[in-house]
Structures are given as structure tokens and as C-alpha cells.
Design a protein around this ligand. Structure first.
Ligand SMILES: Cc1cc2nc3c(=O)[nH]c(=O)nc-3n(C[C@H](O)[C@H](O)[C@H](O)COP(=O)(O)OP(=O)(O)OC[C@H]3O[C@@H](n4cnc5c(N)ncnc54)[C@H](O)[C@@H]3O)c2cc1C
Length: 418
């Protein structure tokens, strides 16, 4: 692992947080602006190359990576390695429990919203982490780990970071905060968040299926909220899928503690038989559901990316995909600015306010669309009201019948609706 000693005192760009957001931003910066000195700080220790990473981002979850994001990984040269442990999504099937009407999106039919014949791919986070860090080891990124940032002071030149167990601060022209939801650094900087508590939990586990999922991702709407069953690659001859099951907060402990056979019974009843018989269920992990949006994402010398900027409902599978698009846009904005510096048109650095505001303006439209998509769809489908149920069925009918609407939905879900 490319872990450098803690003697770095100056850098161009310091990224605090080595989760999915921080690691991907570091890769995109190395690709688009190799002239920038980038330092990634992660408070957890990082193991040697290839070993599992003990970081929150790379736990037992799986992530649906949209076609638009696969294109970004392809540009970074990572798609050949990623596809070895990714399960392609060839079709998305949306159904509403208790109603026969459903809608489906097909990679073959929605060619503009697909990549390499797929609408997206599902990867297990535990496998994604080592891949990202192996790729980072091949770049000039300085990785400080374990390195916990305990305080930040904004300065005329950028920011000074205080680190645990180190007396020397780290000076940076641009500080990128990527320390996750409920960020203490954002609180310290006086950046508040707007929060909507959905009063629900997402139960996440891996299930074993009797039959092959054939690349179908199932989105199922039930009385308690949406469920997603995402295809995973076969392991040891077992057909596998990743489950995200929304439940009421008070039901979490009960469902989590059920013996496997009883959990499967409940799950099969709630999900139905579209994916066939569910044979196995792994350890169930719960995540509280909320929407959290930072009130500011850029200031002079400062940018926020990932969960600390926007934390979304996970069922629509948009959070990481949106973050990856933000990170690409930020890296490109810094690269464009660097070119101007090169021609001596202006002498600026990556923390310049104009650059960061231009980045933020560019991202606003996509963020608003994606956040709206993730925030409105799950509650709509969780409602038991007859009126909302009728609207939901009308929506599914429209999706089933109208090619333009279906294509727009597919493009949004695939991370291409820009
Ligand atoms: C159940 C669930 C399912 C999901 N499924 C999908 C999906 O299918 N598709 C999708 O697009 N998105 C999905 N998401 C969203 C996705 O997981 C997030 O976008 C992703 O986790 C972003 O992580 P992050 O790097 O911003 O934050 P984190 O994962 O929280 O990482 C923050 C990092 O910062 C480090 N850190 C914190 N404070 C400090 C400090 N002071 N100093 C140094 N380091 C620090 C932490 O140790 C951590 O490693 C899902 C989310 C959930 C909860």
C-alpha cells in the first residue's frame, strides 16, 4: 500500500476521508491533473495491497454502478479489472406489491442509457475498495493513513489541517472534505445540513437464489417501502443477489435477529416469487435512512464531496453515482484551471473561488434532479393511501407504455440524465 510517512507539510489538494468518495476523487485528480500534488488522509489504517479494507465505505454492502459511472471507470482504465467481479445489470424490473402492473427497462432497448450492453453493474464494496487502492498505488497520490484530521483553519493560502499525533499542521491550497455523513469537519467550519429523517431503515444482506437472476435487477414496492434485489456474480456455484429492504425503524431489530429460515420466509412473502425461491440469507446489516444535504458545498479553498455533501435514500442506487460525477467534474474544473495557469493567462491555484463556484454551478442541475429522484420515489411507493397507490399505478402504466418517459427514467437511473 502506498502509505507515505507522516512528514508531508505542504500539498496542493488535501482530501480528508479515504472512503469511496475520497479514493475516487484522488484517482480522478491523478488522471486529469497529474501536475497537482494530492494528499489523501484516512483515519483508519490501510492494510497491505489486496487485503480487505476496514473502512465504512467498503463493508458488506453492494453498489449498483450506473452505466454513466462505468464509463468513468473505463476512462480511468479500471473497467477490465472491475468487470471481473461485477455482475452486469441487463434489465431493471419495477413492480408494485398487490398489483399486476409493472415496468421494465432493458439494456437492449435503452441503448443510449447503457454501457457495453448493460444498464449498470453491481459490485461488492469489499471488492471495490482494494481495487481502488491498488490503482491509487500506481499514482503519485500521497496517502497518509492512519491520519485523523482533528481540526481545520482556513487561511489566506487555503487551509491548515491539524492531525492527531502530529504537531506539524498540513497546509493545503484546496481542502476537499470527504469524511462521510454527519461530518464533524463541516460542523467545525459552520456548514449546516438540511435533514429529512425517513424514520425507516435499510436492511442489507446477500441472498442465495435457486435460479439464475439472468442480470435482472428487481425494484419492488411494498407497503413498508421499496426493496431492491440486485444481481451478484455466482460464488461457489450459488446464484447470489444483494438485497436492500426498507422497513419501519421499529421492525429493524426484530427482522435483524430472526433465524435465517424465518427471515427468508418474511422476505419471500414481501418480495414475491419473481426472482424464484430464496434459499439462503447472510448476516443482515441495518442503515438508518435519511436525506442530508449540506447548505454549502464550496468556499474559497474548500469543497465537499460524497456523503458529507449529500446523503440520499439508497434504494434508488444514486448516491455513489452522483458523487462520482461530482468528483469527475471537480477534477476537470481543476485541470482546466491548470491549463490557464500553464499559459500564464492567470496565476491561480485549485482553491480559487471562481473555479470552485463554476464547478458548483455546473453540478447543481444534476444534483437537484438526482436528489429529487431519490427523495420522491421511495416515499411515493411506500404510501398505503389509495390516492397515492392510484398515482403510482398510473406512473408505472405510463412507464410501461411511453417509450420517451421510459427512456428518460432509464437515463436518470443509469446516471446519464444530464
Ligand atoms: C445501504 C446503502 C446502500 C447503498 N447503495 C448504493 C448503490 O447501490 N449505488 C450508489 O450509487 N450508492 C449507494 N449508496 C451510497 C454510497 O454508499 C455512498 O455514496 C458512499 O458510501 C460514499 O461514501 P463517502 O466516501 O462519502 O463516505 P464514507 O464511506 O463514510 O467515508 C468517509 C471516510 O472518511 C474517513 N474519515 C472520517 N473522518 C475523518 C477524519 N477526521 N480524518 C480522516 N479521515 C476521516 C472515514 O474513516 C471514512 O473512511 C448506498 C448507501 C447505503 C447506506
Amino acid at each position: 500500500m502506498n502509505t507515505t510517512p507522516n512528514d508531508v507539510t505542504n500539498t496542493d489538494i488535501a482530501i480528508v476521508g479515504g472512503g469511496m468518495a475520497g479514493a475516487c476523487l484522488a484517482l480522478l485528480l491523478a488522471h486529469h491533473c497529474p501536475e497537482q500534488r494530492v494528499t489523501l488522509l484516512e483515519r483508519h489504517p490501510l492494510p497491505d495491497s489486496g487485503a480487505a479494507l476496514n473502512l465504512p465505505s467498503f463493508d458488506t454492502r453492494a453498489t449498483a454502478i450506473a452505466a454513466g459511472s462505468l464509463r468513468i471507470f473505463d476512462e480511468l482504465g479500471l473497467w477490465p479489472q472491475l468487470r471481473e467481479f461485477a455482475a452486469p445489470i441487463r434489465r431493471v424490473q419495477v413492480t408494485d406489491r398487490g398489483h399486476s402492473l409493472g415496468a421494465s427497462l432493458d439494456a437492449a432497448r435503452e441503448a443510449a442509457a447503457s454501457f457495453d450492453g448493460m444498464l449498470g453493474a453491481v459490485v461488492e464494496n469489499a471488492a471495490l475498495g482494494p481495487l481502488l487502492y491498488r490503482a491509487l498505488a500506481g499514482t503519485r497520490t500521497e496517502i497518509l493513513a492512519p491520519a485523523e484530521v482533528t481540526g481545520v483553519t482556513m487561511t489566506a493560502a487555503g487551509a491548515a489541517l491539524a492531525l492527531a499525533n502530529r504537531s506539524e499542521p498540513l497546509h493545503t491550497k484546496l481542502l476537499v472534505v470527504a469524511d462521510g455523513v454527519g461530518s464533524p469537519l463541516c460542523r467545525q467550519l459552520g456548514i449546516a445540513s438540511e435533514e429529512v429523517d425517513y424514520h425507516q431503515e435499510a436492511l442489507v444482506t446477500t441472498v442465495g437464489l435457486q435460479k439464475d437472476h439472468a442480470g435482472v435487477a428487481f425494484e419492488r414496492f411494498t407497503d413498508t417501502g421499496p426493496m431492491a434485489l440486485l444481481p451478484l456474480p455466482r460464488r461457489d456455484g450459488i446464484h447470489r443477489a444483494a438485497l436492500v429492504w426498507t422497513c419501519e425503524r421499529e421492525d429493524r431489530a426484530r427482522l435483524e435477529s430472526l433465524p435465517e429460515a424465518e427471515f427468508i420466509q418474511h422476505l419471500q412473502r414481501a418480495f414475491g416469487w419473481r426472482a424464484g425461491r430464496i434459499l439462503r440469507a447472510g448476516r443482515v446489516q441495518g442503515y438508518p435512512l435519511k436525506l442530508s444535504l449540506a447548505r454549502e458545498q464550496v468556499r474559497r479553498g474548500l469543497a465537499l464531496v460524497g456523503n458529507c455533501a449529500h446523503f440520499l435514500h439508497p434504494v434508488a442506487g444514486q448516491g455513489f453515482n452522483l458523487t462520482l460525477r461530482d468528483c469527475e467534474a471537480l477534477a476537470l474544473a481543476i485541470a482546466r484551471n491548470g491549463e490557464k495557469d500553464g499559459t500564464h493567462e492567470r496565476q491561480t491555484g485549485p482553491g480559487e473561488l471562481d473555479l470552485l463556484q463554476a464547478y458548483w454551478r455546473e453540478r447543481q442541475h444534476d444534483q437537484q434532479l438526482t436528489i429529487g429522484f431519490s427523495d420522491r420515489i421511495p416515499p411515493l411507493f411506500a404510501s398505503q393511501s389509495l390516492l397515492v397507490g392510484g398515482l403510482r399505478q398510473a406512473g408505472l402504466l405510463a412507464l410501461a407504455l411511453a417509450p420517451t418517459l421510459r427512456a428518460a427514467f432509464a437515463r436518470q437511473a443509469a446516471g446519464l440524465a444530464l
